[in-house]
Design a protein around this ligand. Structure first.
Ligand code: ADP
Ligand code: MG
Length: 263
């Protein structure tokens, strides 16, 4: 089979099928990131059921939906983790076919997943956690840059990572990902289980990361917080995209929020 270029697959969700919009598609129009018709399984369980969306560089997309809608599974599929298993569809990042790669290759190409459980490594200090992330190239931010963005981590750099508070561990998990050369940041429920005041602090940090132009997908149960940070919103339900539009449209559309987000 000839390797398809991203161009063969460029079908912006908002564009009408066929017609002038499709004909106008050219290399320069190829989206920076594209999830095209993703289908993925855990064993026999069919979970990701034809997910489509694309992103421009520097865009922040809130991936929302009820518990069990398939948000984590979609992030894991994009990051090319072994489970769920991708059986059909394509994932493109900056012209690279992630769907043909394993997780370590996608990571090397700049996919940075911050998982829900944070996974701070036991027995290592904050600084050692960050240094470990930088063992393999390509390197991202320097420790100095990270401590500037996360002053709390700088103050606690010699403290064992697992003794940090929940909010600080979340900061360390994000910082550790940025210590690698990230092109696409995937955040799975960064505010989960954190007190409102800590959520605000992490929000401020993520706003700074956004202002630096990091292309980001944020999954959050706290839909309003995610929508305030994001430009775009995609809502999943039962493994399918049921809404793709601007974050503002979702904030303004009470019916949509009631139906799919319960907020
Ligand atoms: N390891 C797994 N094996 C089998 N089913 C799973 C596994 N992980 C998640 N699921 C199922 O996939 C569906 C979507 O889960 P998930 O992607 O975690 O949803 P969300 O992140 O939106 O809450 C759920 O029905 C869940 O039970
Ligand atoms: Mg989840």
């Amino acid at each position: 089979m000839n390797a398809p270029t991203p161009l063969d697959r460029v079908i912006p969700a908002a564009a009408p099928a066929g017609g002038a919009a499709a004909a106008a598609t050219s290399r320069a129009d190829a989206p920076y990131f594209q999830a095209h018709d993703l289908h993925a399984y855990y064993g026999e369980s069919y979970i990701v059921q034809g997910v489509n969306f694309s992103m421009k560089e520097s865009e922040i997309l809130a991936l929302l939906g009820r518990n069990g809608a398939g948000k984590t599974s979609t992030l894991r599929t994009i990051a090319r983790l072994a489970e769920p298993h991708l059986t059909q569809g394509e994932v493109w990042l900056a012209g690279q076919p992630l769907h043909r790669m394993k997780a370590y290759q996608a990571s090397r190409l700049g996919v940075g997943l911050v998982p829900e459980d944070r996974r701070v490594i036991q027995g290592l200090t904050v600084q050692q956690n960050l240094q470990l992330a930088q063992i393999a190239p390509p390197k991202g931010w320097s420790l100095e840059q990270i401590y500037e963005l996360f002053p709390r981590l700088g103050e606690r750099k010699n403290q064992e990572g697992t003794t940090l508070s929940g909010g600080e561990q979340q900061m360390l998990a994000i910082a550790r990902t940025l210590a690698r050369d990230v092109k696409l940041l995937l955040l799975d429920e960064p505010y989960e289980g954190l007190a409102p005041v800590i959520v605000q602090e992490i929000e401020k940090t993520l706003q700074k990361v956004r202002d630096l132009g990091m292309t980001t997908i944020i999954v959050e149960q706290n839909a309003l917080a995610a929508l305030h940070l994001a430009d775009r919103a995609v809502i999943l339900d039962m493994g399918e995209v049921v809404y793709d539009g601007t974050a503002k449209e979702v904030l303004d559309n009470e019916d949509l929020r009631h139906e799919y987000l319960a907020v």
